[in-house]
Design a protein around this ligand. Structure first.
Ligand code: NAP
Length: 336
């Protein structure tokens, strides 16, 4: 057993509907010594993701659900304290599935080394992490945008969405960003320079979309599902495409997921709708990271990060994702 003080946030019980304080339990168990192909990590930074809602839902998905009593699954960045894995030595800084904990034993197969001289820890969870390569491969590989096309993005001011907007602009597309509230639409318009913005909480969505994309929508990058997906489907052009990245409006209740009422538009317009997960692209992560770093260095792309402090902020951070209170990639700094 290590004597390093540790805190873990564990899943207490699977939530039904909205996640409340009863979902989590905090423990201070001393971590065990790492076993074969494991490392002991001191965590610096954690990522808070909408997909976590699916990880605490006992339903078939792309990964098995977290079991009650287990440390909550999360991406993180940390320093190796002890290693029983060939690939890592003490002092290495790594990212991957680390769990919501300050110190802990992690399977090495879920980790890769990162270089903090190239970018800070936060970047490896935002633009250079899962967020960045989800946006990169989801837009370019699945969506295949062409210069001059109209690309609509939902949750556009969020972590993935803001990256998609910028990468679509780099491709020479005309970008329409949909987000909740004037601060987010101002960010999209004034900072990222997207061509048109829609505040889906204030503007009549159908009318606003027609005005923002008068010629129709070539490509829709969907992060939210629900009413927004329905509205965009009505504006899809002939041979238009929908990329299903996420459906955050539908995550609260896995038993009551609402499908797209307007999916028949895909028949009428010979359109396609395709889902993907970032797991499909793990073998190509270095390609995305190299390109994103190049765009960032050239001033063409920026990462928007919203950083909370301390592991105790995790339940609040989780709520923020679903209330829309986050302004960009939501992270927890465990050192500050
Ligand atoms: N396929 C993959 O492999 C993959 C990987 C990573 C992420 N994702 C998905 O990508 C999407 C974005 O993730 P992210 O990490 O970038 O999160 P994010 O956009 O930074 O945060 C989530 C945002 O969703 C919006 N939202 C929350 N509840 C909503 C609702 N009921 N209706 C409409 N919008 C709502 C809020 O923005 P507003 O204030 O604008 O409403 C909130 O800020 C999620 O659906 C996530 O599951 C998929």
């Amino acid at each position: 057993m290590s004597s390093t003080p540790a805190t873990q946030v564990r899943l207490k019980a699977y939530p039904t509907g909205v996640v409340g304080p009863d979902t989590w339990t905090v423990t201070h168990d001393a971590p065990a010594a790492p076993g074969p192909n494991q490392v002991l990590l001191q965590l610096q930074m954690l990522s808070v993701d909408p997909g976590m809602r699916g990880w605490i839902t006992p339903k078939r998905s792309y990964m098995p659900p977290v079991q009650p009593g287990e440390v909550m699954r999360a991406f993180g960045v940390g320093t190796v304290l002890e290693s029983q894995a060939k690939a890592f030595v003490p002092g290495d800084v790594v990212t991957g599935f680390t769990g919501v904990q300050t110190v802990g034993v992690v399977d090495a197969m879920f980790l890769r080394k990162v270089d903090l001289s190239l970018a800070p820890a936060s970047s490896y969870l935002s633009g250079l992490g899962m967020t960045g390569y989800t946006a990169y491969f989801g837009l370019l590989d699945v969506g295949k945008p062409k210069p001059g096309q109209t690309v609509v993005v939902s949750a556009a001011a969020g972590a993935v969405g803001s990256m998609v907007c910028q990468i679509a602009k780099i491709q020479g597309c005309r970008v329409v960003g949909i987000a909740g509230g004037p601060d987010k639409t101002a960010y999209l318009r004034d900072v990222l320079g997207v061509e048109a913005v829609i505040d889906y909480k204030a503007d009549g969505l159908d009318q606003a979309l027609k005005a923002a994309a008068p010629g129709g929508v070539d490509l829709y990058f969907d992060n939210v599902g629900g009413a927004v997906l329905d509205s965009v489907l009505m504006q899809i052009k002939r041979h238009g495409r929908v990329v299903l990245c996420g459906g955050v409006s539908q995550y609260a209740d896995a038993q009551q997921v609402r499908g797209p009422a307007n999916y028949l538009q895909l028949i009428a317009q010979s359109g396609t709708m395709q889902g993907f997960t970032m797991m499909d692209y793990m073998h190509r992560v270095p390609e995305a990271v190299a390109q994103i770093l190049e765009w960032q260095a050239a001033g063409k792309l920026q990462f928007r990060e919203h950083i909370l402090h301390g592991i105790a902020s995790f339940p609040q951070a989780f709520d923020m994702i679903f209330s829309g209170a986050n302004q960009g990639k939501l992270l927890i700094d465990l050192q500050g």
